[in-house]
Design a protein around this ligand. Sequence first.
Ligand code: UDX
Ligand code: UDX
Ligand code: ADP
Length: 484
Amino acid sequence: VFPKVRNICCIGAGYVGGPTCAVLAWKCPDIKVTICDLSQPRIDAWNSDTLPIFEPGLSEIVFEARGRNLFFTTDVDNAIAEADLIFVSVNTPTKTSGVGAGVAADLCYVEAATRRIAALSRKGAIIVEKSTVPCRTAESMRQILSATSPQEGAVFEILSNPEFLAEGTAVEDLLDPARILIGALDTPRGQLAQRRLVEVYANWVAPKNILTTSLWSSELSKLAANALLAQRVSSINAIAAICEATGSNVFEVSNACGLDPRIGSQFLKAGLGFGGSCFQKDIFNLIYLSTSLNLPEVAEYWAQVLKMNEWTKSRFTRGVVKKMFSTITRKTIVCAGYAFKKDTGDIREAPAINVARDLMEDGACLRIYDPKVTAESIHESLKGFTYIDWATASAAGPWDLPQAGTYTICPSLDAALVNASALLFVTDWSEFKGLDLEWWTATHAKMTKPAMVFDGRDILNTAECAHLRKIGFGVEKTGVGHAI
Ligand code: UDX
Ligand code: UDX
Ligand code: ADP
């Protein structure tokens, strides 16, 4: 029933579908890969010289495979009709209203895509859920497919193949994945479909790294993996608060803990809290699932991970206000970085958004600089606040009192810092690291005194902190207390 895969369609050309299937096409020149999306501007961007998302190494891969065996189109129907394997990589945001508002995933895009597949796909097509979805979504898809397919005796098989790539390292993660997980029903047909997808990945992934499990284990593993990672970040952020209060250093503590192989060193970096499109959404999914399974203690356990994250974000802002003599009204504060992590232009759930909003509520004049985030997405995230363009903001003399609670987007960090009272490191961009001592001296000279630096992202090492204090800066680093 399921022939060897020659033609793949990916529904959804976003952060997951785009990079995943571009790498797949690059690695499998014999397979035709068509990535489709309803959004014409998104597809136009994928077909242009400036891709719609920034990921290190991605454009090289797209430019090489595009037009050879990789195609981007808005003709979703035709792409579905031609394919023998269909990835569903549409968005699954958290619901904002109705049953499960604020916690449950909104599956309307998954359902719409499934209905198109039912109507158009060829007999024997393999359907693969790639988007992060609540457990048992494959079962819902199966029901929709069998109830709505016009074909007599239609044969579909649904696999779960969650994506574990992290933004900023998507290409690396896809080329050399820690594991590929493929879940299928334990039936002869399910197993055959699973083998077909294993064959595709086997083009570049070692067999020992391709895991096959049941459908439900695969769906749950994705939620569990993200919840466990997020939990580590919340755990270390909780320790960071204790470090600050006790005059210790969370980076020393996490280093000491991480050397225990049972703990491991990754995902123990304290900071402003986690952002990104997955962690919060997946924990909400887990909370909703636990509640529906009548497991309130489990739901509460995971809810605490999110609560700690929200608290971590607001704690940073409270610290800034406190250190600036409890008032930041009309003070110019530079937000260095806006993306939720380095090497991406994505700001979904970025801690920077909370920081920016809270500081403006308190009357600050914010200057935002990020090397990759677009002005449109900054505006979108700060709706309701007044924007002052850079030409106006930079032309104002020191005697012009700035308007409280406003923001400006700056062309460079250097420009942003002129007459600023504080510099906040909000994203861990590499370009903020290792700034030389002359740069800091010149920066101190052009800032309003007392000039402050708030490092929420472990940008400055201990020697740099000491040097900055020596030249006159007030320096606060998240997770590092003053010796007591
Ligand atoms: C622990 C720490 O491991 C050790 O480094 C510290 O010095 C003292 O505390 P211990 O309590 O002796 O050591 O044993 P450990 O192997 O950590 O197990 C503690 C408990 O956790 C046991 O009941 C064990 O069964 C349980 N456990 C451990 C699990 O339930 N699951 C696991 O994956 C690991
Ligand atoms: C995450 C998972 O890592 C990935 O496997 C999954 O497929 C999608 O979700 P992503 O959200 O892209 O990936 O980035 P990640 O590197 O996990 O970072 C998430 C957030 O946690 C970022 O805001 C990051 O700054 C923060 N973080 C991460 C910390 O604050 N400390 C850490 O030690 C690690
Ligand atoms: P993710 O981070 O999960 O990849 P994105 O929002 O970046 O999420 O991408 C999802 C993409 O899926 C969007 O570009 C959206 O336009 C697209 N999409 C949603 N529903 C459909 C559909 N029924 N057919 C085709 N594309 C769709």
